[in-house]
Write a protein that binds this ligand. Structure first.
Ligand SMILES: Nc1ncnc2c1ncn2[C@@H]1O[C@H](COP(=O)(O)OP(=O)(O)OP(=O)(O)O)[C@@H](O)[C@H]1O
Length: 323
């Protein structure tokens, strides 16, 4: 378990991480999401002990990096694997040699290294590439090698710093599926730093949104979506689809798929005897839910009835300004 309490960190008197508190359980995939400069990578480097923090505490299974010598920290880091946006592979070494490197540094015997490297290349489905150099691999294959290398010392935690940001959407999906499988099969906690909510939606159990060095929203990915905090809107703002406004008022409905909600709009139209036109709709699959938003345009004088109806059904909604 990773327990972070009131963590603060500054560079040159500028606060970079402000009072960060969060708990990541052993089997969780946890997303740290935010815009560029929000402090995500700095927080990740504090977790693996590469960066010192000023105050507060950060414990991994009770081990607080701040309380220990460099030598102890170095040993402790074996529990933590890390992957990066640009893979950080050794270009002159083969796939086999790259994956073997951490075990060689720690002085494992050749038989154990050989067994483990082959085992891991099977997990990441790269057995045929064992003797290739990184330049002969695609971006997705390079990230698979980096994942195998990060797992070589049997870590309890895998930290991913924008691990899919350099990959195309299809390759991103396959790397995320691999990370999900690794989390479920080996029970490794995975912390994912990303600026893409789509990554969080796909595999994260929980998420914290960072804004200006502070956590502005936290919870399960679906609960954060349903609450629609301002920080999520800020993050998704650029992804908002264009709305087709007609004459009337636009109402945005936050939608969670359930048997109660399957016929939400048709029930509403029938029960209130109200017409509406659809101005926008977006449904997305989260780990274990389908969530989204629907924007309808209605006559001005019906906004109040409709709002009351939605509120009584427990559905979140808001009136949007036209234009
Ligand atoms: N070594 C450093 N010295 C001074 N300032 C730093 C240092 N490292 C990071 N910063 C500053 O800390 C802030 C947070 O940086 P960080 O890299 O953690 O953000 P991020 O959310 O990961 O952004 P990105 O996605 O762009 O990497 C930024 O304003 C950055 O300029």
């Amino acid at each position: 378990m990773i327990e972070i309490r009131n963590l603060q960190k500054s560079y040159n008197n500028t606060a970079i991480l402000k009072n960060i508190s969060l708990v990541i359980q052993d089997s969780e995939i946890y997303g740290l999401v935010g815009r560029s400069g929000a402090g995500k990578s700095t927080l990740l480097r504090c977790i693996n002990g590469l960066e010192k923090y000023d105050s507060g505490s950060l414990k991994i299974d009770g081990f607080d990096i701040k309380q220990h010598s460099e030598k102890k920290i170095r040993h402790f880091r074996k529990n933590i694997g890390m992957i990066f946006q640009h893979f950080s592979l050794m270009e002159r070494k083969t796939v086999y040699q790259n994956v073997a490197l951490p075990m060689q540094c720690w002085g494992y015997d050749q038989d154990s290294i050989d067994k483990r490297v082959r085992e891991l290349l099977k997990v990441v489905e790269l057995e045929e590439k064992i003797n290739d150099k990184p330049r002969m691999l695609s971006g997705g294959q390079k990230q698979r090698v980096a994942i195998a290398r990060a797992l070589s010392l049997n870590p309890k935690i895998l930290l991913c710093d924008e691990a899919t940001s350099a990959l195309d959407p299809k390759t991103t999906q396959s790397i995320l599926a691999l990370l999900k499988m690794i989390n479920e099969t080996f029970n490794i906690a995975i912390v994912i730093v990303t600026h893409q909510m789509s990554v969080v939606r796909k595999i994260c159990h929980k998420v914290s949104i960072l804004e200006g060095g502070a956590i502005s929203a936290s919870g399960t990915a679906s609960s954060v979506f349903l609450e629609q905090p301002q920080s999520l809107k800020n993050l998704l703002g650029e992804e908002d689809d264009e709305l087709i406004a007609g004459g009337g008022k636009m109402i945005k409905i936050i939608y969670a798929e359930s048997s109660d909600n399957n016929r939400l709009l048709s029930d509403m139209a029938r029960q209130l005897n109200v017409g509406f036109s659809l101005s926008g709709a977006k449904l997305e699959r989260y780990r274990d839910a389908v969530l989204g938003s629907l924007v309808i345009t209605v006559d001005d004088e019906r906004v109040q009835d409709i709002g009351q109806y939605l509120t009584e059904r427990g559905v979140s909604w808001e009136e949007l300004s036209n234009g």
